[in-house]
Ligand binder design. Sequence first.
Ligand SMILES: NC(=O)C1=CN([C@@H]2O[C@H](COP(=O)(O)OP(=O)(O)OC[C@H]3O[C@@H](n4cnc5c(N)ncnc54)[C@H](O)[C@@H]3O)[C@@H](O)[C@H]2O)C=CC1
Ligand SMILES: O=C(O)[C@@H]1CCC=N1
Length: 264
Amino acid sequence: MRLGFIGCGNMGGAMVSGILKKQLLASEDMIASALHEESRKALREKFGITVTSDNSEVAAFSDILILAVKPQFYAEVIHEIREIVQPDTLVVSIAPGKTHQWLEEQFGRPVKTVRCMPNTPAMIGAGITGVAPGEQVTEKETAQLLRLLSALGETEIVPERLMDVVGSVSGCSPAYVFMFIEAMADAAVADGMPRAQAYHFAAQAVLGSAEMVLKTGRHPGELKDMVCSPGGTTIEGLSVLEEKGMRSAVIDALRACTRKSKGI
Ligand SMILES: NC(=O)C1=CN([C@@H]2O[C@H](COP(=O)(O)OP(=O)(O)OC[C@H]3O[C@@H](n4cnc5c(N)ncnc54)[C@H](O)[C@@H]3O)[C@@H](O)[C@H]2O)C=CC1
Ligand SMILES: O=C(O)[C@@H]1CCC=N1
């Protein structure tokens, strides 16, 4: 199976990296395009894959073709490759907001489209990808794609109407989690801890807490209560977070993200 990436920046690169690490494909089976010679050289050196400036070459090579450019470039990129994509090529969109209907309209004919929403933890095999296959895609093709995406972490099929939500809750949310880790570390540094040590403690606390939610199956509120000793230190901090509106800030942020996705 031959895999191609049109554009290979943060997300495309994370996907190539995850797939190579798990050895699901060899570097000879992958191709990517990049706009600038500097990026092409960097990608060749980093991954050993073929890199070209010609999006048509990527489209002609690929059984699975991942459109890994920003959503605003989707229309022009599809215009370049629409005559080259074969009827049995799987065209994978990883952009927010680009519906199957919109994608097909750009191609001007029925195409095997799959909407996927990965996230950057894919780079270390700890991602999660929401997948909504289009009507033209067979179960066998979906299974083949899921096997490939499993190199990036977990995969879950979702109905297309939830793809914008997947975008906010897992596609974008790593940025908010990194921000949370950064803020926790800043506080620890302010109170005297060396910077590197502060990132280690903060990140490990987030990782362990996430694993507790997944592995115990217990409600996050119950796990939170277990940390808050009566009259203790945690509850003091917790009341500050409530006072400053942490919950509603997070809810509003993710819903803004979903709204933006629906409008792209
Ligand atoms: N960064 C993330 O965490 C995630 C990104 N995505 C989606 O992935 C897609 C790519 O996002 P990023 O990797 O973050 O962006 P990026 O800007 O890091 O990478 C896009 C790459 O495409 C190249 N490019 C632009 N126009 C091109 C063209 N006409 N032909 C070939 N290459 C071209 C750019 O030079 C750049 O290297 C977007 O649609 C985004 O919504 C989805 C999930 C998570
Ligand atoms: O910021 C963005 O638009 C992309 C989509 C999901 C994560 N990053």
